[in-house]
Design a protein around this ligand. Structure first.
Ligand SMILES: NC(=O)c1ccc[n+]([C@@H]2O[C@H](COP(=O)([O-])OP(=O)(O)OC[C@H]3O[C@@H](n4cnc5c(N)ncnc54)[C@H](OP(=O)(O)O)[C@@H]3O)[C@@H](O)[C@H]2O)c1
Length: 235
């Protein structure tokens, strides 16, 4: 059964939009792969894309690591007309901004992600970031320092909540999720199980963190065709 958009919005709604909340959204194959052929798109499908749209429509900001931007070729983050209208009716801005996390600032300021963004993008980088790249990106985005050599989870959350973005949606990737999980900054994981066995050398959804034992509680597990949408949150 495929879920309709209104039911999905209800299933993923939060009780208090003013309370800061960091939600991560990932998809993995049945054997735990986060990618096929180097991208997550290969293990998703139309229902997974619909869930992504729903979660974006509920977010104040969408956080993405630069590796994912480069691998997936993220374009401008523009919601569908229906989602934008729903947000406006709910008293939200039509589109959430994207917040890109990068130490290298190896990002193209002319890319659609920045140049065609319906809302000015945010870039969170480090104090040691290349000054020329920083200046070029500052033309098209609001640039913040989130750490000395690497962006720290607490500083990232502080910057975004300080801008009024309490509902934070992180779309990955695995190394950024590792930073967030290692700092115990993740309030919720929306994990879609894709009905595939992938094998190979694909990585998992969480990388670069030391061994953790973070426990989350199941909020729901909703079948959508052969996909399973799970929602786990802090207990
Ligand atoms: N299955 C899924 O749901 C899913 C979701 C997202 C992505 N993916 C896949 O994951 C792969 C990319 O993996 P990834 O781990 O490289 O993604 P990533 O975490 O988005 O990218 C890593 C890069 O992001 C920046 N970054 C992350 N954490 C940082 C921190 N704490 N401080 C400063 N910069 C930080 C750095 O960029 P700079 O190099 O610019 O410094 C780093 O090299 C792609 O194949 C993508 O398709 C899968």
């Amino acid at each position: 059964m495929s879920l309709d958009i209104a039911a999905m919005r209800e299933a993923y709604a939060v009780a208090d939009r003013a309370a800061p909340r960091l939600r991560a959204n990932f998809i993995a194959s049945l054997d735990g792969a986060a990618t096929v052929g180097g991208r997550s798109g290969g293990i998703g499908g139309p229902d997974d894309q619909r869930l992504m749209g729903v979660l974006r429509s509920l977010a104040d900001v969408v956080i993405v690591g630069a590796g994912t931007i480069r691998a997936e070729g993220y374009g401008a983050l523009r919601l569908s007309d229906e989602d934008a209208e729903w947000r406006t009716d709910a008293g939200l801005a039509p589109h959430p901004p994207v917040a890109v996390v990068s130490a290298s600032l190896d990002l193209d300021p002319a890319a659609a992600l920045f140049a065609e963004a319906p809302v000015r993008a945010i870039v969170v980088t480090t104090e040691r970031a290349d000054p020329e790249r920083r200046a070029a990106l500052a033309e098209v985005a609001d640039v913040f320092d989130g750490g000395a050599d690497a962006v720290e989870a607490t500083r990232l959350v502080g910057i975004l909540t300080g801008l009024g973005h309490a509902q934070m949606l992180c779309e990955g990737g695995p190394h950024l999720f590792g930073t967030l999980a290692a700092a115990d900054a993740v309030d919720e994981l929306c994990l879609t199980l894709s009905p595939r066995l992938v094998g190979g050398a694909a990585g998992r959804i969480l990388r670069g963190a030391p061994e953790l034992d973070t426990r989350l509680a199941l909020v729901h597990a909703l079948p959508a065709g052969d996909l399973l949408f799970t929602r786990y949150a802090r207990g």
